[in-house]
Design a protein around this ligand. Structure first.
Ligand SMILES: [Zn+2]
Length: 285
């Protein structure tokens, strides 16, 4: 019997966003048709983390939730937040902390609050032994300093939506992180430098993501008029990776899905079987 085609996993899909409230089922159906089998849905604050878990409960074999507070919302952090995140992490459908980190580009929360909130989530992830989805924008040095103080192996961290420089990428890889690439790599205006960096990323440390509803890929054959991104467009990101690595998109799907699965210890969705991920899980227990 022929092997089923490899399926994509979207490492960051903000499906709790209200923009999907009316047609999420259709969004999920289109993802399936496009070969995108599963999604990590992060939280950006407590309420959204709870909604991510609710989505997991509705689609337990396709959606896995993360619980966390985005640097944009760091100003609202309190002891109550950390207790509630702990409770969410008790649920097996919540597979890690995120997204958390530092964003000195937009500074929607004061930098000091961002640092405190990030430190608290590093402590939480360390206590719980769980992986993290990390957001870093124009805060590279502070991010690395806080991470190192946090005492978590970098192999547990995914730096999502990487858009930085070659030097920043080298530092992140040298530290041991995995890296997520989005539609940014399809945008010659903002991300023109990124395709050349892809060959530097070890094959076992790259994942792909839409970060939808943001970052609609620029290389879609027929872009939607509304400009809303969704998981069905993930293969457009994979095409750029495939070109950079000189392999076919199916191999990109196989590799990046295995990487994400391993990093967040995901159960295999239908059609995805990862001997590598299984080896790692067996070795850990
Ligand atoms: Zn982010």
């Amino acid at each position: 019997m022929a092997e089923p085609p490899p399926l994509f996993l979207d490492a960051c899909a903000n499906l709790t966003h209200e923009i999907y409230a009316r047609d999420l089922d259709e969004v999920l159906a289109r993802a399936q048709t496009a070969g995108v089998a599963g999604f990590l849905v992060p939280g950006s604050d407590l309420a959204e983390s709870r909604r991510a878990l609710a989505l997991h409960e509705r689609h337990p074999d396709r959606i896995w939730a993360l619980a966390g507070v985005h640097p944009h919302h760091a100003a609202g952090w309190s002891d109550h937040t950390v207790r509630e995140l702990e409770t969410l992490l008790d649920h097996p459908g919540v597979v890690g902390v995120g997204e958390c980190g530092l964003d000195y580009y937009r500074n929607f929360s004061p930098r000091e609050a961002q640092r405190r909130t990030f430190e608290a989530q590093l402590a939480l992830a360390r206590r719980r032994g769980c992986p993290l989805l990390l957001h870093v924008r124009e805060a590279h040095a502070d991010f690395l300093a806080l991470w190192r103080a946090g005492g978590i192996p970098a192999a547990r961290g995914l730096v999502h939506c990487f858009t930085g420089t070659a030097d920043e990428l080298d530092a992140i890889l040298a530290e041991g992180f995995s890296v997520g690439l989005t539609g940014w790599i399809t945008d010659p205006r903002r991300g023109g430098h990124l395709p050349d960096l892809i060959p530097h990323i070890p094959r076992d440390r790259l994942v792909i993501e839409t970060d939808c509803p943001y970052l609609l890929p620029k290389n879609l054959p027929s872009p939607p008029r509304h400009r809303r991104n969704e998981p069905a467009y993930l293969p457009a990101v994979a095409r750029v990776v495939a070109e950079a690595w000189k392999i076919d998109p199916e191999e990109v799907a196989r590799t990046t899905s295995a990487n994400l699965s391993r990093l967040f210890a995901l159960p295999d969705p239908p059609g995805i079987r990862h001997p590598v991920a299984e080896d790692v899980r067996t070795a850990q227990t």
